[in-house]
Design a protein around this ligand. Structure first.
Ligand code: GLP
Length: 257
């Protein structure tokens, strides 16, 4: 099962996530980080930046990208990641790959992205947020648990959730390119973060509900190495919260996050 750690706030989660990433990367020659967008991973990026580690050789793969935004649009995930991860962490922009949403070559974008991840040796640590409808990446409910990078249609709920980054919901693209659930499952370690009461139902369904394409985040139950970092509000619907606290408080020294 996933290791579930209930922390006081997003800052504490960010520090734990950064620590887990840096400890794993210390053992790897050419580490590969799976980066995520949204507000959730920001504290992890901040903690990584303040750790002061040299991350200039780290190769990064984004989970997803909007389709239909003009190149350079400030809310394209390429632009968001350049701003929120590449610059503050001192990553090499040339080593950040984002699914290529260029209209002319969209049909082959998924296949090309999968090939690039494989050529890089796979993802060592994949950061994940979770949507209020349980999506990870942009794998909306109903996504095959075996899916690979492809074009998806966003749900109205996701577009409403993400409208805060745009002037109105009409400007939120309807389509995206996203790593599939099968792609995400291939990463060697997953770190799923969630904060706030509006994520509580999705977290409980992903961690403790049945494994189902109806809750794409439940994919984590099929993965042998997962850390879930949640604040009290996001943990509030977990049935086994006391057990997770007990396990974490008595965690053996040698067991890593
Ligand atoms: C978007 C992203 C997801 C992210 C989700 C939650 O849909 N594609 O990767 O997990 O939003 O966003 P936030 O972290 O802002 O709640």
């Amino acid at each position: 099962m996933a290791e579930v750690v209930i922390v006081t706030d997003a800052e504490a989660a960010g520090r734990l996530a950064a620590d887990a990433i840096l400890r794993r990367f210390a053992r790897i020659d050419q580490p590969v980080l799976g980066v995520a967008t949204g507000s959730t991973p920001l504290t992890t990026y901040r903690a990584l930046a303040s750790a002061g580690a040299d991350l200039s050789g780290v190769r990064c793969f984004a989970l997803d990208e909007y389709v239909g935004l003009p190149e350079g649009h400030p809310e394209s995930y390429r632009a968001v990641l350049d701003r929120e991860a590449v610059e503050p962490l001192g990553l090499d922009p040339a080593l950040l790959a984002v699914p290529d949403a260029s209209p002319a070559t969209l049909a082959s974008a998924g296949e090309r992205y999968e090939a690039a991840i494989t050529a890089a040796g796979g993802v060592d640590v994949q950061l994940l947020g979770i949507g209020t409808d349980g999506h990870i990446g942009f794998n909306e409910p109903g996504s095959s648990l075996a899916s690979r990078t492809r074009v998806k249609t966003l749900t109205t709920q996701t577009r409403e959730d993400n409208a805060r980054f745009f002037d109105s919901i009409d400007q939120v693209p309807l389509h995206c390119l996203t790593q599939g659930l099968g792609t995400i499952r291939d990463a060697r370690h997953l770190v799923l973060l969630a904060f706030g009461a509006n994520k509580a139902a999705a977290v409980a369904a992903a961690v403790e509900g049945p494994v189902s394409s109806g809750v794409p985040g439940s994919l984590i139950q099929l993965h042998p190495s997962v850390t879930v970092l949640v604040d009290e509000a996001a943990a509030s619907e977990l049935q086994h919260a006391d057990y997770y606290r007990l396990a974490y408080a008595n965690k053996p020294e040698w067991q890593e996050l």
